[in-house]
Design a protein around this ligand. Structure first.
Ligand code: ADP
Ligand code: MG
Length: 561
C-alpha cells in the first residue's frame, strides 16, 4: 500500500509518488502528468469519463459534462448530469478515483492514502468536503496541505533548504492566492495568507472574449451557448499564445462565418486593467499581516497556470520591485510539494529534519450581543494566521436562572458584523439539571492540523461534550454520505484502454461543433470510417484508421490556430 500527494486543482489535477528516492509525477493513460478536473457522463453506455475525454465533451456534450466544481466545494448543491445526481464532493471523488487508478497503474501498487493540497483560503466546510471526497474515492487523507505550503516545500526541496523569506503567489484558473513563508533551520513556517477567490485565468478569458465580440460586432449575450463557448475557448487560446509570442489572433467560426481579431500583450494589459488592479491588494495584506516590508522578501515564487502570462510576471515585478524566481515549474510545484510531504509523513530519513507548520486563514468567532449597545457582534476566539493546530477556551454564561438551553452561532471570517461572515453552524447545549444561578459554560474551539474546526464544551459539572449538538450548516448526514459512497463505488469510470478511442471520438465531435460546413463533411466521413473499423476486429486496420482520423483533426485544428 502506498501513499501519494495530489494537487486537486480547479482546472487540472496532478499526482506525485516517491520513486528511486525522489518525487515523480504520475503519468496518466495519455502519458501526461496533468488530468483535467472535468467529469462527463455517457448515459447510453453507462460510463463516467474523467479528464481529457471529458474535457473534449464540454463543448460537444455540455449538458452532461461539468468542470470547475472545486469552486463549490463545501456548498450544498445538487448537480444533475444525464439525470444522475451529483454534488461537488462526489464530482471531486470521481476525479480522485481516476487519479488513484492512474497512479496505481503507474506504480504497480495499490494506493490507500493521500496528502491532498487545498487552497489556503479554503474554509472549514470546503476542507471537510475535500476529506469526504477522498474518503468516497477510497483514499484515506491524514493531512490536507495548503497549496502555498506545498509550493514552498517543492521550491526548497529543489533549491536546498536555506533560510529565507518567500512570497508565494499562486495564480490559477479562478483564484489568486498569496502567502508569506519563512524557512529557518528546516522549519517551514507560513506567516500569513491572503487571496482573492474570484480572480484568475478565467477572468482574462472573459475579458478577451468580450473584446473579441466588441471588435467583431457580435452581441455576446445574444449568442447561443455553443457560440459563447467557442469564443471563450478561442480567447483562452489567444491568451496562452500571448505567453510565448508578442501578438496573436483571436479566431473563431461563428455560424459559418470566420472572425479574426488581432491582439498583443499591450492590448491585453489595457483591456484587463481592472483585473491587474485587483492583484496588489492580497500582496499588501500578507505583508501587513506579517509586519514585513517588501525588502524583507528574499524571493518571489510564482505558481499556477496563469503565472505563465508574461504580463502578470512583469506586473509583479513592477509592484514589488523584484524579479520573481524562475526556478519552479508553475504547473507542477504544488503537486510535487504534496508528494514530498507524503514522503515526510512516510518518515523518510532524508527528510526527517523538515518541519512544516501551517496556519488558519480565517478568524473564528461566535455571535454574541454587545453588552453596551445590544447589537449582534462577532466575538473572536481564534485569530487568523494562528499556527495549526490551535485551540482557545472561552467562558460564556447563561443569562437567566433555570435556563435549560444555550445556543451559539459559530462564524469564520473577519467582520465584526456576524452576518458578513460565514456561518459554520450552531452549537447547542442542553442542561438536564438547570440551576437557579447563572451557569458558566467553557467552550473550547480548536482548529486541527488540517484547519478543520472541532468544538468542545465544558460546564461546571464537568464535560458536557455529549450534550452538545454541533449543526455544521454544510455537513451531510451519515445517510447522505452512504448514498454518495454507494454511487461512487458503482459508477464505472472509463478504463485506461478505452480512453484513447473515446478521446479521439470526443475530439472529432468537438471539432465538428467548432467547424464550418466544408470541414464538417470531412470530420463526419473520417469519424464514420473510424467507428466502422472499431466495430471490426483487425488491430492493424484500427491503428490505421486512428492515425488517419488523427491527422485529419490535427490539420483542421492547425488551421484554426
Ligand atoms: P487551478 O489551480 O485553478 O486548477 P492552474 O494552475 O492549472 O489552475 O491554471 C489554470 C489557468 O492557467 C487557466 O486559466 C489557463 O488558461 C491558464 N494557463 C495555462 N497555461 C497558460 C499559459 N501558457 N499562459 C497563460 N495562461 C495559462
Ligand atoms: Mg492550483
Amino acid at each position: 500500500m502506498a501513499k501519494i500527494g495530489i494537487d486537486l486543482g480547479t482546472t487540472n489535477s496532478l499526482a506525485v509518488c516517491w520513486k528511486n528516492n525522489k518525487p515523480v509525477l504520475v503519468r496518466n493513460s495519455f502519458n501526461e502528468t496533468s488530468t483535467p478536473s472535468v467529469v462527463s457522463v455517457d448515459d447510453e453506455n453507462d460510463v463516467v469519463m474523467v479528464g481529457k475525454v471529458a474535457q473534449e465533451r464540454l463543448i460537444s456534450h455540455p449538458d452532461v459534462s461539468i468542470s470547475e466544481f472545486k469552486r463549490d466545494m463545501g456548498l450544498r448543491k445538487d448537480i444533475f448530469l444525464a439525470g444522475r445526481e451529483f454534488t461537488p464532493e462526489s464530482l471531486s471523488a470521481l476525479v480522485l478515483k481516476k487519479i488513484k487508478a492512474d497512479a496505481e497503474e503507474y506504480l504497480g501498487e495499490e494506493i490507500d492514502e493521500a496528502i491532498i493540497s487545498v487552497p489556503a483560503y479554503f474554509n472549514d466546510s470546503a476542507r471537510s468536503a475535500t476529506k469526504l471526497a477522498a474518503s468516497l474515492a477510497g483514499l484515506n487523507v491524514e493531512r490536507l496541505i495548503n497549496e502555498p505550503s506545498a509550493a514552498a516545500l517543492s521550491y526548497l526541496y529543489s533549491s536546498g533548504f536555506s533560510d529565507q523569506t518567500l512570497l508565494i503567489i499562486d495564480f490559477g484558473g479562478g483564484t489568486l492566492d498569496c502567502s508569506l513563508v519563512e524557512t529557518f533551520d528546516g522549519i517551514i513556517e507560513i506567516l500569513a495568507v491572503s487571496g482573492n477567490n474570484r480572480l484568475g485565468g478565467k477572468d482574462f478569458n472573459d475579458v478577451i472574449a468580450n473584446y473579441f465580440c466588441k471588435q467583431s460586432n457580435l452581441n455576446y449575450n445574444a449568442l447561443s451557448p455553443l457560440n459563447r463557448s467557442i469564443i471563450y475557448k478561442a480567447a483562452e487560446l489567444a491568451k496562452i499564445n500571448l505567453s510565448t509570442s508578442m501578438s496573436t489572433n483571436i479566431k473563431a467560426n461563428i455560424d459559418n462565418q470566420e472572425y479574426s481579431v488581432p491582439i498583443d500583450n499591450n492590448k491585453l494589459i489595457k483591456i484587463s486593467s481592472c483585473l491587474f488592479a485587483q492583484i496588489k491588494a492580497p500582496i499588501d495584506k500578507v505583508l501587513r499581516d506579517s509586519r514585513l516590508k517588501i525588502d524583507a522578501i528574499d524571493n518571489i515564487i510564482l505558481v499556477g497556470g496563469s503565472s505563465k502570462m508574461p504580463t502578470f510576471r512583469a506586473f509583479i515585478k513592477e509592484i514589488t520591485g523584484k524579479a520573481p524566481s524562475s526556478e519552479v515549474n508553475p504547473d507542477t510545484a504544488i503537486a510535487l510539494g504534496a508528494g514530498i510531504f507524503a514522503e515526510i509523513k512516510n518518515r523518510n530519513q532524508d527528510l526527517k529534519d523538515i518541519i512544516m507548520t501551517d496556519i488558519c486563514p480565517f478568524s473564528l468567532g461566535v455571535g454574541t450581543l454587545d453588552s453596551m449597545t445590544g447589537e449582534h457582534i462577532t466575538e473572536f476566539i481564534i485569530s487568523r494566521n494562528s499556527s495549526l493546530p490551535t485551540s482557545k477556551i472561552r467562558s460564556f454564561y447563561t443569562t437567566s436562572p433555570m435556563q435549560t438551553h444555550v445556543k451559539f452561532d459559530i462564524y469564520q471570517g473577519e467582520s465584526l458584523i456576524p452576518s458578513k461572515n460565514l456561518l459554520l453552524g450552531q452549537l447547542e447545549v442542553d442542561f438536564d439539571n438547570p440551576e437557579q444561578k447563572i451557569q458558566e459554560i467553557r467552550v473550547k474551539m480548536s482548529y486541527d492540523i488540517n484547519g478543520i474546526l472541532i468544538v468542545d464544551v465544558e460546564g461546571k459539572s464537568g464535560h458536557l461534550g455529549d450534550k452538545i449538538i454541533m449543526n455544521k450548516d454544510c455537513e451531510l448526514s451519515e445517510a447522505d454520505i452512504d448514498v454518495l459512497r454507494e454511487r461512487i463505488k458503482s459508477s464505472s469510470v472509463m478504463g485506461r484502454n478505452e480512453e484513447k478511442n473515446a478521446h479521439i471520438i470526443a475530439r472529432a465531435e468537438r471539432l465538428y461543433e467548432e467547424s464550418m460546413d466544408y470541414e464538417r463533411h470531412l470530420i463526419i466521413a473520417g469519424l464514420q470510417k473510424f467507428k466502422i473499423t472499431m466495430a471490426g476486429n483487425s488491430i492493424k486496420d484500427m491503428n490505421e484508421a486512428y492515425n488517419q482520423l488523427q491527422s485529419l483533426l490535427d490539420s483542421i485544428e492547425g488551421d484554426n490556430e
